[in-house]
Write a protein that binds this ligand. Structure first.
Ligand code: FE
Length: 348
């Protein structure tokens, strides 16, 4: 029993040292505190790591990336509310960002940031901004297939002589594509479109966009629905087999004589409860800088959103095309309906 007072004394001293060190850190070095950025990221390409490392260097900041799929990250923001450590949400699809926006997890980004970006690629309240563009295209083998036989998304559903490879309808890229069809064609025509598409599926939807491209390369599908940059990633793959596939296939931009090709973005949203708004906005601004835009188009084969930066050589080789004018901020009312239409018509 005699040992207890000494034990408590020691504990007390340790606590005092710990508390005083912690308070010194917190009060005496607000600069250190302000230089930590927490990003909830549903996008993790190799080029993102490079962009983040460069930002850390330029701004002497520490960036913590918490990865997850959009659904997980939005659920986390919902559970954490004002206690969230997140400063920024990054998603590879506008649907997730509009959901975060309408759930009240975001706040407007300073209007001086990204003012050069067309309104169709950012939130109507400026709470998220697209920092790269990607086209949802058709990929085919020019030695086997003539894409003028299926010039539009609609024609994929009406022709009886083609087979289509696509991933699950639950994937965000497809949800946004279907949602944009509802906005453009209406519910009834979208139901007919999905049903026709399912009729032409080469197999049950499975795998990712690269998997669909490989199915075309192996001759087991005529056309793959894919984001444009996946072909670029395959053309520049370390794997010779992937490289050969990338080089043998081509991109077709659908709906050039009508609504234009469906576009999506990777975007960044400013978290409503960020304790580091200034640094968070600097990060978003940095993503839009010429330097990082060049990185994304040269390394991840995406389309720049900054008009001062031309597409990189691989992206430029696919040619110019007409983009859809659909405003991605308007996706939200159609997202759930898109999921329902797909699942009720056999696109699982
Ligand atoms: Fe992707």
């Amino acid at each position: 029993m005699k040992h207890f007072p000494l034990f408590y004394k020691c504990l007390f001293i340790i606590l005092i040292v710990f508390v005083s060190t912690a308070s010194l850190y917190a009060s005496g070095s607000s600069e250190t505190k302000d230089k930590i950025l927490n990003i909830y990221a549903a996008r993790n390409y190799a080029s993102d790591e490079i962009a983040i490392a460069q930002f850390e260097n330029v701004y002497s900041a520490t960036v913590n990336v918490i990865s997850g799929n959009p659904r997980e990250l939005i659920a986390r923001l919902s559970a954490e509310q004002e206690n969230t450590p997140a400063d920024i949400l990054i998603a590879p699809d506008a649907g997730a960002l509009t959901q975060a926006q309408h759930s009240g997890f975001l706040q407007p980004i300073s209007s001086s940031i990204g003012s050069f970006i067309p309104s169709k690629f950012k939130a109507n309240d400026n709470s998220w901004i697209g920092f790269t563009k990607r086209a949802r295209v058709l990929i085919y083998d020019p030695l086997v297939t003539d894409p003028t036989n299926f010039p539009t998304y609609e024609s994929l559903a009406t022709r009886s002589d083609i087979t289509i490879a696509t991933r699950s309808s639950a994937n965000a890229y497809n949800v946004s594509l279907i949602a944009s069809r509802i906005a453009e064609l209406g519910t009834d025509q979208t139901i007919a479109w999905v049903a026709g598409l399912v009729n032409n599926f080469a197999r049950e939807p499975q795998g990712n966009d690269r998997g669909q491209i490989k199915l075309v390369a192996s001759g087991n599908a005529d056309v793959a629905i894919s984001n444009s940059y996946y072909l670029g990633l395959m053309i520049h793959s370390q794997d010779p087999a992937e490289r050969a596939i990338g080089e043998s296939l081509r991109i077709w931009f659908p709906n050039q004589d009508s609504s234009g090709t469906h576009m999506n973005i990777s975007g960044a949203g400013l978290i409503k409860y960020t304790k580091n708004k200034e640094l968070a906005e600097k990060f978003i601004e940095y993503l839009l800088s010429e330097q990082i835009q060049e990185l994304y188009t040269n390394e991840n084969y995406e389309y720049p959103v900054n008009p001062a930066v031309p597409p990189g050589p691989t992206v430029a080789s696919w040619g110019s095309f007409k983009e859809s004018n659909f405003n991605l901020s308007d996706l939200r009312p159609y997202l759930q309906e898109a999921i329902n239409i797909a699942s009720q018509n056999g696109w699982y």
